[in-house]
Design a protein around this ligand. Structure first.
Ligand code: PLP
Length: 421
C-alpha cells in the first residue's frame, strides 16, 4: 500500500484508494485503478509520474478547446481578485446571459447555477411551478445529474451508476418520476394517457450522450414536441452535454426543434463549476426573486466562473468554423478506428455525431440496454487499460461518449488509431 503523501505527490502510478485509507472517496475509475493527473495542456494530460496521455475525457466535457486554453487562463487570472457573487452580482452575469441568448435559439432569459445537476433540478422545479403539475417523464439511460429525482431505480444513468434498468418496463417511481425507453414514442404517449393533466415536463437528452452517443430516431424529438403541445407539457432539452458542442445553438439548432426549457453545464463553464437553465421570458419569469419558484445558490454567478465561461463561449460564437473542424477530426478518428478494429469482430459499432463519438463493444436493443451493459463493460475495461498503457485516456466507462477537443492534431489522432490496433 501507499502512504498518503505518495498518493498525493506522485510516487505511485496505479493507486487503489481503498488500500490506503484515503480520505477521498471520489475517484471515477475503471477497475479501481485511477491515474492521478498532475497537469494538462492542449490535447494532453500528464500524470504524477510524468506519463503523457492523449485526452478524450476532456475533463468530462468542458475542455472543447483543449486544456489550459490561454484566453480562459488569462481571464481567470484577471478576475481572481473579485470575490462577490449571488446577492451582489456583477455585470459579468449579464454579459454571459446576453451571449447565450444570442447563441441559443428560442430563449430570452438565462439563470446561472453551479452545475448541470442544478440546472436540471431547477428546470423540473420551474416546470412544476409553471404548470401546477407534479410528475415528469425521463428516459431510461438518460442522465440528468445526481439529484434524487433523476436516480430512479427504473433506469437512470445505467452506464454511469451501474443501476439496472428494468428492460422494456415503464414505471412510476420515486418523486413522481415516470420513465420511458429512449426513442419509444408510444410508451411516452401511454404514460401521458395514464396520467392525465399530471405531467409537468418531459426531460430528454436530445442525443443520448450518456448511453454512448445514441441518436434520436427520425421523428422522435418532433413527436415529443407534438405530445407536449397537445397535452400542456413542457419539453426540457438537457443540453448539458450537447450544448455549445453539437452546434453553437446546441441540439435545438441542429435538429430544428424548439424546447421550452434548456439546461446547460460542462462547456458553459470552461472547467469552472457552472450550469444554466434558459427559456422564454413567459416561463423564466416564474423564477424567484420576482417569481414564485425558489432558486438560489451562494456561488451562482461568481465572477471567476462567469468570465471563464464567457471567454470560452465567445471563442465558439466568434469562430463557427471550430464546429466544422471538430466534426472533421471526429470523422477522421472514427474512420481510423473502424479500420483499426477491422474484421476483429470485437467492436459492434462506433457512433458519432459532430465532436462526440462512442465505441460499442456489444450489440443491444435499446430497451435491453442494461442486459448488454455487463458484457460491454468487461470488454471496455480491457480496452481502456490497453489504451491507457499506450498513452490514450478514454472516459472510464463503457457507454460514455468520447469528446474531441480543438487542440487535437492529426498526429494525436493517428497515434490513437495506432494504439487501438
Ligand atoms: N445532464 C447531462 C446530459 C449530463 O451529461 C450531466 C453530466 O454528465 C449532467 C446532466 C449533470 O451535470 P453535472 O455533472 O455538472 O452536475
Amino acid at each position: 500500500s501507499y502512504s498518503k503523501s505518495e498518493m498525493l505527490f506522485g510516487k505511485a502510478k496505479h493507486v487503489i484508494p481503498g488500500g490506503v485509507n484515503s480520505p477521498v472517496r471520489a475517484f471515477k475509475s475503471v477497475g479501481g485503478t485511477p491515474v492521478f493527473m498532475q497537469h494538462a495542456k492542449g490535447p494532453f494530460m500528464y500524470d504524477v509520474d510524468g506519463n503523457r496521455y492523449i485526452d478524450y475525457i476532456n475533463s468530462w466535457g468542458p475542455m472543447i478547446m483543449g486544456h489550459a486554453y490561454e484566453p480562459v487562463v488569462k481571464a481567470i487570472q484577471e478576475y481572481a481578485a473579485f470575490s462577490t457573487s449571488f446577492g451582489a452580482p456583477t455585470e459579468l452575469e449579464i454579459k454571459i446571459a446576453e451571449l447565450i441568448v444570442g447563441m441559443v435559439p428560442n430563449i430570452d432569459m438565462v439563470r446561472m447555477v453551479n452545475s448541470g445537476t442544478e440546472a436540471c433540478m431547477t428546470a423540473i422545479r420551474l416546470a412544476r411551478g409553471y404548470t401546477g403539475r407534479n410528475k415528469f417523464i425521463k428516459f431510461e439511460g438518460c442522465y440528468h445529474g445526481h439529484a434524487d429525482a433523476f436516480l430512479v431505480s427504473a433506469g437512470s444513468g445505467v452506464a454511469t451508476l451501474g443501476i439496472q434498468s428494468v428492460p422494456g418496463v415503464t414505471a412510476t417511481v420515486a418523486d413522481d418520476t415516470l420513465t420511458a425507453p429512449y426513442n419509444n414514442l408510444p410508451a411516452v404517449e401511454q404514460l401521458i394517457a395514464d396520467n392525465p393533466d399530471q405531467i409537468a415536463a418531459i426531460i430528454v437528452e436530445p442525443v443520448a450522450g450518456n448511453m454512448g452517443c445514441i441518436l434520436p430516431q427520425p421523428g422522435f424529438l418532433e413527436g415529443l414536441r407534438q405530445l407536449c403541445d397537445a397535452n400542456g407539457i413542457l419539453l426540457i432539452f438537457d443540453e448539458v452535454m450537447t450544448g455549445f458542442r453539437l452546434a453553437r445553438g446546441g441540439a435545438q439548432e441542429l435538429f430544428g426543434i424548439r424546447a421550452d426549457l434548456v439546461t446547460f453545464g460542462k462547456i458553459i463553464g470552461a472547467g469552472m463549476p457552472v450550469g444554466a437553465v434558459a427559456g422564454p421570458k413567459s416561463i423564466m419569469e416564474n423564477l424567484a426573486p420576482a417569481g414564485k419558484v425558489y432558486q438560489a445558490g451562494t456561488l451562482s454567478g461568481n465572477p471567476i466562473a462567469m468570465i471563464a465561461g464567457y471567454t470560452l463561449l465567445q471563442t465558439l460564437n466568434d469562430n463557427p468554423v471550430i464546429y466544422e473542424q471538430l466534426r472533421e477530426k471526429a470523422e477522421y478518428l472514427v474512420n481510423g478506428l473502424r479500420e483499426a478494429f477491422g474484421a476483429s469482430g470485437v467492436v459492434y459499432q462506433i457512433n458519432n455525431l459532430g465532436s462526440m463519438l462512442s465505441v460499442h463493444f456489444t450489440e443491444y436493443p435499446i430497451i435491453d440496454f442494461a442486459g448488454a451493459s455487463a458484457a460491454n463493460n468487461e470488454l471496455f475495461k480491457r480496452f481502456f487499460h490497453a489504451m491507457l498503457e499506450r498513452g490514450v485516456y478514454l472516459p472510464p466507462s463503457a457507454f460514455e461518449s468520447w469528446f474531441m477537443s480543438q487542440a487535437l492534431t492529426t498526429e494525436e489522432l493517428d497515434a490513437t488509431i495506432a494504439a487501438a490496433k
